[in-house]
Design a protein around this ligand. Structure first.
Ligand SMILES: *[C@@H]1O[C@H](CO)[C@@H](O)[C@H](O)[C@H]1NC(C)=O
Length: 130
Protein backbone atom coordinates (compact mmCIF):
# COMPACT_ATOMS: atom_id res chain seq x y z
CA UNK A 1 0.00 0.00 0.00
CA UNK A 2 2.42 2.60 -1.21
CA UNK A 3 0.93 5.96 -1.78
CA UNK A 4 1.18 7.60 -5.15
CA UNK A 5 3.45 10.26 -3.62
CA UNK A 6 5.79 7.64 -2.21
CA UNK A 7 6.11 5.95 -5.59
CA UNK A 8 6.80 9.31 -7.22
CA UNK A 9 9.52 10.17 -4.70
CA UNK A 10 11.05 6.70 -4.92
CA UNK A 11 11.07 6.97 -8.69
CA UNK A 12 12.76 10.35 -8.59
CA UNK A 13 15.40 9.03 -6.19
CA UNK A 14 16.06 6.08 -8.47
CA UNK A 15 16.44 8.42 -11.44
CA UNK A 16 18.82 10.77 -9.66
CA UNK A 17 20.88 7.78 -8.51
CA UNK A 18 21.12 6.70 -12.12
CA UNK A 19 22.24 10.17 -13.19
CA UNK A 20 24.92 10.18 -10.51
CA UNK A 21 26.19 6.76 -11.59
CA UNK A 22 28.86 8.14 -13.89
CA UNK A 23 31.37 5.51 -15.06
CA UNK A 24 33.01 4.65 -11.75
CA UNK A 25 36.79 4.83 -11.78
CA UNK A 26 38.23 1.37 -11.17
CA UNK A 27 40.33 2.75 -8.39
CA UNK A 28 40.95 6.03 -6.65
CA UNK A 29 42.35 8.51 -9.06
CA UNK A 30 46.12 8.78 -9.03
CA UNK A 31 46.88 12.45 -8.39
CA UNK A 32 50.66 12.05 -8.22
CA UNK A 33 52.73 14.46 -10.29
CA UNK A 34 55.40 12.36 -11.98
CA UNK A 35 58.68 13.68 -13.32
CA UNK A 36 60.82 11.96 -15.88
CA UNK A 37 62.33 11.95 -19.31
CA UNK A 38 60.12 12.00 -22.37
CA UNK A 39 61.36 10.22 -25.46
CA UNK A 40 59.48 9.31 -28.62
CA UNK A 41 58.80 6.35 -30.80
CA UNK A 42 57.30 5.80 -34.23
CA UNK A 43 54.34 3.59 -33.47
CA UNK A 44 53.49 3.32 -37.19
CA UNK A 45 50.18 1.60 -36.49
CA UNK A 46 51.79 -0.99 -34.22
CA UNK A 47 50.26 -2.20 -30.99
CA UNK A 48 50.98 -0.62 -27.64
CA UNK A 49 50.93 -2.80 -24.55
CA UNK A 50 47.34 -1.68 -23.94
CA UNK A 51 46.43 -3.72 -27.00
CA UNK A 52 45.38 -0.99 -29.39
CA UNK A 53 46.99 0.04 -32.65
CA UNK A 54 48.67 3.41 -32.41
CA UNK A 55 49.22 5.89 -35.20
CA UNK A 56 52.00 8.45 -35.19
CA UNK A 57 49.31 11.13 -35.45
CA UNK A 58 47.64 10.01 -32.20
CA UNK A 59 48.31 11.99 -29.04
CA UNK A 60 49.43 8.73 -27.48
CA UNK A 61 51.97 7.88 -24.84
CA UNK A 62 53.65 5.02 -23.01
CA UNK A 63 54.18 5.57 -19.27
CA UNK A 64 56.68 4.28 -16.71
CA UNK A 65 55.94 0.57 -16.39
CA UNK A 66 55.92 0.83 -12.59
CA UNK A 67 52.97 3.19 -12.86
CA UNK A 68 51.48 1.28 -15.80
CA UNK A 69 51.34 -1.84 -13.63
CA UNK A 70 49.01 -4.38 -15.18
CA UNK A 71 47.50 -1.87 -17.54
CA UNK A 72 45.20 -0.32 -14.96
CA UNK A 73 45.73 3.08 -16.57
CA UNK A 74 45.25 1.98 -20.17
CA UNK A 75 43.36 4.59 -22.21
CA UNK A 76 43.26 7.05 -19.35
CA UNK A 77 44.47 10.54 -20.09
CA UNK A 78 47.49 12.35 -18.75
CA UNK A 79 48.56 15.95 -19.06
CA UNK A 80 52.20 16.40 -19.93
CA UNK A 81 53.85 19.66 -18.96
CA UNK A 82 57.23 20.62 -20.43
CA UNK A 83 58.86 23.57 -22.07
CA UNK A 84 56.07 25.92 -21.07
CA UNK A 85 53.27 23.82 -22.55
CA UNK A 86 50.72 21.37 -21.26
CA UNK A 87 49.33 18.80 -23.66
CA UNK A 88 46.85 15.98 -23.06
CA UNK A 89 47.64 12.46 -24.23
CA UNK A 90 46.16 8.98 -23.91
CA UNK A 91 47.99 6.08 -22.25
CA UNK A 92 48.48 3.25 -24.78
CA UNK A 93 51.78 1.67 -23.78
CA UNK A 94 54.40 1.26 -21.06
CA UNK A 95 58.03 2.27 -21.10
CA UNK A 96 61.17 1.96 -18.99
CA UNK A 97 62.47 4.65 -16.68
CA UNK A 98 61.45 6.36 -13.49
CA UNK A 99 58.56 8.65 -14.43
CA UNK A 100 59.47 8.18 -18.07
CA UNK A 101 57.22 8.74 -21.05
CA UNK A 102 57.43 7.40 -24.60
CA UNK A 103 55.52 9.78 -26.86
CA UNK A 104 54.13 9.34 -30.34
CA UNK A 105 56.09 11.48 -32.78
CA UNK A 106 53.26 13.98 -33.35
CA UNK A 107 52.87 14.41 -29.60
CA UNK A 108 56.61 14.84 -29.09
CA UNK A 109 56.71 17.49 -31.80
CA UNK A 110 54.21 19.59 -29.86
CA UNK A 111 57.01 20.11 -27.35
CA UNK A 112 60.25 19.79 -29.29
CA UNK A 113 61.66 18.80 -32.65
CA UNK A 114 62.40 15.08 -32.92
CA UNK A 115 66.10 16.02 -33.14
CA UNK A 116 65.96 16.94 -29.46
CA UNK A 117 65.49 13.23 -28.69
CA UNK A 118 64.36 13.69 -25.09
CA UNK A 119 63.13 16.41 -22.79
CA UNK A 120 62.29 16.60 -19.09
CA UNK A 121 58.59 16.45 -18.40
CA UNK A 122 56.16 16.35 -15.53
CA UNK A 123 52.80 14.66 -15.93
CA UNK A 124 49.73 13.53 -14.08
CA UNK A 125 46.49 11.72 -14.72
CA UNK A 126 43.43 13.78 -15.57
CA UNK A 127 39.77 12.86 -15.83
CA UNK A 128 38.93 12.22 -19.46
CA UNK A 129 35.84 14.46 -19.29
CA UNK A 130 37.62 17.53 -17.95
C1 LIG B 1 58.78 3.26 -27.06
O1 LIG B 1 57.70 2.47 -27.52
C2 LIG B 1 58.02 1.61 -28.60
C3 LIG B 1 56.74 0.92 -29.01
O2 LIG B 1 56.16 0.22 -27.92
C4 LIG B 1 59.12 0.65 -28.20
O3 LIG B 1 59.48 -0.14 -29.31
C5 LIG B 1 60.32 1.45 -27.72
O4 LIG B 1 61.31 0.55 -27.24
C6 LIG B 1 59.91 2.38 -26.61
N1 LIG B 1 61.03 3.21 -26.20
C7 LIG B 1 61.33 3.36 -24.93
C8 LIG B 1 62.46 4.29 -24.64
O5 LIG B 1 60.74 2.78 -24.05
Amino acid sequence: MFSRAFILVAGMLAMSAAVCAAPAPLKRQDTTVYNGQASYTEFNGGYGNCGSQVQNSDAAVGIDRNVYGNGDHCFQFIEITARGKTVRAQVVDSTDGDGALNLSTSLFEQFAPLDAGVFDASWQFVQSDN
